[in-house]
Design a protein around this ligand. Structure first.
Ligand SMILES: Nc1ncnc2c1ncn2[C@@H]1O[C@H](COP(=O)(O)OP(=O)(O)OP(=O)(O)O)[C@@H](O)[C@H]1O
Ligand SMILES: [Mg+2]
Length: 338
């Protein structure tokens, strides 16, 4: 039985159409015209208990809007979502008992209260008895190393400290499902590693189901076996990360530094496509003289391609680069992998 389910989930936002021309502001008062944005456009997925799923997509893809529907903050325009058997927007309070939520871009904590007091308020909201409360805060304090700043007001915490606080706040009632929307945004490498390790550990030991939104491919590589990729509100890919890699990572890049700028534009080479020089991922010494070719080693061997390339270009230097996951995902976004 899936613990999270989205069926033809749609969310539209509408706002008054901005008017232009004479007396626009006065006419706007009487206008009923509205612009509609379909932020989520018929999304379907199911997630089983204990899964840790990465929910990915470019800015504005509809990730946060989906999470807001799953947490009950927003009601779907059409379609249904179910979380642990409940429809979140119709059963917000009961749903809140099953889930924990972190929105990395905005804290859920009380700015003027010390972290410890925020936890106390939440413990009251969740009716935790004192013993359970102390045990959990003690455990989290140790695991996430909070002791140095438990008595600091939230507004004075560093981003990494605040995020750890937010995570504890989301988990005090031991929810079986966690929604983490960009929990590592803006964190340094150490803080990020600590947080991802904690998330992995929680998923592994408590069997907590986790839905994680992030733009950070390291997080994804570290944490997720399955990813759901959306763009413009629709699912582009849903499956194992390793399958995605197997399918698209076999591509390699041949980076050529040409002797002569005048050798361009590119002639046709068998089984190779010229791609943007940024794809090489590293700083190029001579961007104006660099050609990057993407090829599939199952279609042409590297030496063969080099031989072809050397016939049509005058090559000063060459190197082979494996594409990074970031590139695979962004090619998925822009449709060039389809
Ligand atoms: N309250 C709102 N009113 C109007 N439009 C909204 C609202 N919330 C989101 N949108 C629009 O819906 C679309 C999806 O937004 P959403 O926040 O879900 O994207 P996202 O995938 O989380 O992006 P990001 O990676 O930048 O966080 C965007 O076009 C956004 O401008
Ligand atoms: Mg978002």
């Amino acid at each position: 039985m899936p613990v999270i389910e989205a069926v033809e989930l749609v969310k539209e936002f509408s706002r008054p159409t901005p008017l232009e021309g004479r007396f626009a502001r006065v006419r706007a008062l009487f206008s009923t015209q509205r612009d509609i944005t379909r932020a989520v456009n018929g999304v379907n997925f199911t997630i089983e208990p204990g899964e840790l799923v990465g929910y990915l997509g470019p800015n504005g893809a509809g990730k946060s809007t989906t999470i807001k529907m799953l947490t009950g903050i927003l009601a779907p325009t059409s379609g249904v979502c179910r979380v642990a058997g409940l429809e979140p927007s119709r059963d917000r309070i009961r749903n809140a008992r099953n889930i924990g939520v972190v929105f990395g871009q905005r804290t859920q904590l009380w700015y003027d209260l010390p972290l410890r007091d925020s936890f106390e308020v939440l413990a009251d909201l969740y009716n935790l008895d004192r013993t359970t409360y102390r045990r959990r805060v003690g455990l989290f304090t140790e695991l996430l190393e909070l002791s140095d700043f438990l008595d600091t007001p939230v507004r004075s915490l560093s981003l990494g400290q605040r995020m750890r606080g937010d995570l504890v706040a989301a988990m005090l009632h031991e929810p079986s499902i966690l929604f983490l929307d960009e929990p590592t945004v803006g964190l340094d490498v150490v803080a990020k590693a600590r947080l991802t390790e904690f998330i992995a550990e929680t998923n592994r030991t408590a069997g907590t189901t986790v839905v994680l939104t992030t733009h950070d491919m390291d997080d994804i590589e570290r944490l997720c076996r399955r990813i759901i990729v959306i763009d413009s509100g629709s699912v582009l890919y849903d499956g194992d990360l390793s399958r995605l890699k197997e399918r698209f990572m076999p591509y390699r890049l041949l980076v050529l530094t040409l002797a002569e700028r005048s050798m361009r534009p590119a002639p046709d080479l068998p089984y190779a496509t010229e791609v943007d020089a940024d794809a090489a991922g590293t700083a190029l010494a001579h961007p104006d003289r660099t050609v990057v070719l993407r090829f599939d080693p199952r279609e042409i061997t590297t030496p063969e391609l080099i031989a072809h390339a050397s016939q049509v270009y005058q090559v000063d230097e060459l190197s082979i680069v494996d594409p990074r996951l970031t590139d695979v995902i962004s090619q998925l976004y822009d449709g060039s992998l389809a």
